[in-house]
Write a protein of this length. Structure first.
Lengths: 400, 281
């Protein structure tokens, strides 16, 4: 019985066998393929890649399958693989200004160069369960353009009413001729750059392109953390945690008066500086989502007021995540911008120490591990204190 | 898809070197928490990732590994970690304290005295002894730097004022080599005296919190107390129902729903050795 209380090797093996069986489910139901997960649960893969910090759709799909759809568990699987990979360098900064855009909206301007491109979005859908999806359906027909506003100056050889987004953007996949990419990106400047040209928004913090970039997976995080480490931490951070913190800033706990200056999603090229050949070589294209929040001003007796920035960027189509990230990034700049720090979202140690869901789930769930020697020592103390009080009461009664 | 390949004891050699450097620094400054670039491990944070990284970094092919949790080799997480190293490093494992060169532990120090040939590796959840008094790392690092431990003494004093006792029964703070106040990990305070002047090297790994600290062999380790309330190790005042030991730390096993209890040694190897000796005697 003593051994039974302690658990044991056979019980663990059997539990894992049972897990494998439950993972597969009813064998009469066809098994999921990684392609199905990658294609049809694409946003789950995006989240696992973003918070797992590893851009590999196939591994993300495998992790989701292995984790039975538990995304935090899948993120954990990806992280535990990623950590063993050798680092051979850092890429050049990706240029989101040169993104091949699939979605781009601004809540700050009705019309702007390049227009508002809705792309594939849940926005404006009615959240009514669609019973048609309960059955397998034929492939949907190619979708029409999702562009709602096009500013003048757009190259005229693209007929908006006829083109589809897929046509436009498969036409300039990662290594296609440069001409078309340039014509598109030239037509889609970042909103913050438009404001920046007039000096209405603070400039991006000047960065030294040759300065080493911090990596909290290779060096322990210390406080105060630099912008690079803050953004890395938030990009890997739990979507739910950042969502709640971002939300709290909107409800007055560290208010920043934000506008979604721009959200853009699409493909950016990743380049790596190859020392041998002396120039940056393209490694491929990745999908990212970027959010630039425009927040209320700072200014001083000597400086005119300017809007301030909050920034969010994540792998894949991760819109909720990058919006929340941008709100929290801005809130965490409170100290730097001379604002009073009193809300949780403004507290760097609090936010950055608790954002990682792999750390959080591990430590919360470790309470499942046996703690009986500690509990036993608490039992000894509480029994002793109770006995002392009982003895004192008895003595008092005897005296009375 | 390329099948992932893993190095001896899982961690790559660069990572092991980085961790060994942190361990050397920790040994040089007894009780000081050395930040290190803790890796993500294939087991969850809070389940021994710090101890596993320390063990993986010092483990060689000739080592004999023992893993215990709550004093026992047969608890689920001890089984899991032992299997991890048997699989990734193919080292010999043992449950006998005397046969092991490295012992990884959670929450206990073996009853069998350790020797100079052994290393005891602790799994640590919260390395900072001041954390529950001051949540900020920037503050607690400053307090350690200035040896500003007044807050801890006030806490212990308040315990006595409120409960008549110091109400810390495990993770009981110690002062190492007269300088740093250290968290001995959540071992019951019964085990604190074993840390003092211990022949074995004691290493502490906190994976989630990214800290390593150490007590070199034969270092002075003192449990914090007051002259009029001296430190006292505590145990359930019973004898082991299996081996009859009256000086070991005991687990309380509920045997029925009528208040029945069985008290047995938490250190299952020690208990077995005693019972084996009885039989041969």
């Amino acid at each position: 019985m003593y051994v039974a209380v302690k658990g044991g090797e056979r019980a663990i093996d059997n539990a894992h066998r049972l897990l494998a069986e439950k993972r597969r489910g009813d064998p009469a139901v066809p098994e999921l393929t990684l392609e199905q997960i990658s294609e049809q649960l694409a946003l789950a893969c995006d989240r696992v890649m973003a918070e797992g910090s590893l851009y590999d759709r196939e591994l993300a799909a495998l992790a989701i399958k292995q984790a039975r759809g538990d995304l935090v568990e899948a993120i954990f699987l990806v992280r535990a693989y990623r950590t063993t990979l050798p680092r051979f360098g850092a890429s050049e900064p990706v240029d989101t200004g040169a993104m091949e855009v699939r979605r781009r909206i601004s809540a700050a301007f009705k019309d702007l160069p390049g227009g508002q491109v809705l792309g594939p979005t849940f926005d404006y859908t009615h959240r009514l369960l669609d019973t048609k999806l309960a059955e397998t359906s034929p492939s949907p027909s190619p979708h029409p353009s999702t562009v709602i506003v096009r500013a003048s100056g757009r190259s005229s050889n693209h007929d908006v009413s006829n083109e589809t987004d897929t046509e436009v953007f498969t036409g300039c996949s990662a290594f296609a001729g440069h001409d078309e990419s340039v014509s598109i990106t030239a037509a889609m400047p970042r909103v913050t750059d438009i404001l920046g040209d007039d000096g209405l928004i603070e400039p991006c913090p000047p960065g030294d392109p040759d300065a080493p970039v911090g990596d909290l997976t290779r060096a322990p995080l210390t406080f105060p953390a630099g912008r690079d480490l803050r953004l890395q931490n938030l990009a890997r951070g739990d979507e739910g945690f950042l969502l709640a913190l971002g939300y709290s800033t909107q409800r007055g706990y560290g208010r920043t008066h934000p506008f979604a200056g721009e959200i853009r999603m699409g493909e950016v090229e990743v380049e790596f500086m190859a020392e041998d050949v002396g120039f940056a070589v393209p490694l491929g294209a990745i999908t990212v989502t970027e959010c630039q929040m425009i927040n209320q001003f700072r200014g001083s007796a000597t400086e005119p007021p300017q809007f301030t920035r909050g920034y969010g960027l994540a792998f894949g189509h991760s819109e909720r995540k990058v919006m929340a990230m941008a709100l929290v990034d801005r809130a965490l700049r409170a100290g730097e911008l001379g604002e009073e720090r009193k809300a949780p979202a403004q507290d760097e140690e609090f936010v950055l120490s608790h954002s990682d869901n792999v750390q959080a789930t591990g430590f919360v769930e470790h309470l499942k591990l046996p703690h009986y020697v500690d509990f036993q020592s608490e039992l000894v103390l509480i029994r002793r204190m109770r006995a002392e009080i009982a003895a004192r009461d008895e003595a008092r009664e005897a005296a009375e | 898809m390329n099948a992932p390949a893993y190095n001896f004891a899982y961690l790559d050699e660069q990572t092991k070197r980085m961790i060994r450097r942190a361990i050397l620094k920790a040994i040089a400054i007894p009780g000081y928490q050395v930040p290190f670039a803790s890796r993500e491990m294939p087991m969850p944070y809070g389940w021994g990732t710090g101890g596993v990284q320390v063990t993986a970094s010092i483990l060689g092919p000739d080592d004999v590994l023992k893993v215990i949790d709550q004093g026992s080799d047969d608890t689920t997480n001890a089984v899991s970690i032992r299997k991890f190293f048997a699989k990734t490093a193919a080292v010999r494992t043992t449950t006998r304290t005397a046969d092991a060169t490295i012992i990884q532990t959670r929450h206990r120090i073996p009853e069998t005295p350790l020797t100079g040939d052994q290393v005891l590796v602790f799994q640590v959840p919260i390395p900072e002894p001041l954390r529950f008094l001051e949540p900020r790392e920037t503050e607690t690092r400053r307090m350690h730097a200035l040896a500003d431990y007044g807050l801890m003494h006030v806490k212990l004093y308040e315990d006595i004022a409120r409960h008549g006792h110091i109400a810390t029964t495990y993770a009981y703070p110690v002062k190492v080599d007269g300088r740093y106040v250290m968290d001995p990990s959540p071992t019951p305070k019964f085990d604190n005296p074993k840390m003092d002047d211990c022949a074995a090297l004691q290493l502490f790994g906190a994976g989630r919190e990214k800290r390593i600290y150490a007590i070199p062999p034969h270092t002075k380790v003192v449990s914090l107390d007051f002259e009029d309330h001296p430190f006292e190790p505590s145990r359930t005042p019973k004898i082991c129902g299996l081996c009859g030991a009256d000086d070991t730390y005991l687990d309380e096993v509920v045997t029925d729903d009528k208040g029945g209890r069985l008290f047995v040694c938490s250190d299952s190897d020690y208990c077995e050795q005693r019972r084996g000796a009885e039989k041969t005697a």
